[in-house]
Design a protein around this ligand. Sequence first.
Ligand code: GLN
Length: 226
Amino acid sequence: MDAARVGVITFPGSLDDRDAARAVRLAGAEPVALWHADDDLRGVDAVVLPGGFSYGDYLRAGAIARFAPLMEKLVDAARGGLPVLGICNGFQVLCEAHLLPGALLPNAGLHFVCRDQRLRVDDADTAWTRDYTAGQEIVVPIKNRDGRYVADPDTLAELEGEGRVVARYLDLNPNGSLNDIAGVRNEAGNVVGLMPHPEHAVESLTGPSTDGLGFFTSIVKRLVEA
Ligand SMILES: NC(=O)CC[C@H](N)C(=O)O
């Protein structure tokens, strides 16, 4: 059987697209490079929006990238069930594109935060988290300036009530995110946004742990079984 094909979108300013592609490959899938200016998802089985500084974070982080030609195809495909993972800047793009609720604002204290962060996986039922168990604690790097997750009270109550908070910060909240939220999912569970960087925790030689690999093995298993 051919390997699952997972697209990784590169925007002008993307920084972690090659790391995301490496994580996809380590998980046993074929990474497929996707370009922001194209209008073809190349028949991929899932898509990762990587971290970085798309369009230099001008206006707001992710605010310009969400208008890239490829995003029109991605939004339609995601609404049709395509599995999509937004990592950091990718999460910001997904919120700007209204594929996920809420917004990412400048960190409390207005500092760029870069460190290894303890997280708890609270939703292990998404396309990207089934290789974890609910409540599992992991260590994954964070590195962002606009990591403070916010949403209006009704949206926050909906996310909590429907179990759509995918991961939470443990120990010291690094950025003031409401309810220590580090990642959320859409209602269907195919779209996940995460501020921490699991692609930087897939090999013990180059990261604080291999705790991030599960996001990529989860989607590969999901696609193989589909
Ligand atoms: N590592 C990243 O993807 C950074 C995202 C965004 N540029 C920020 O600083 O918040």
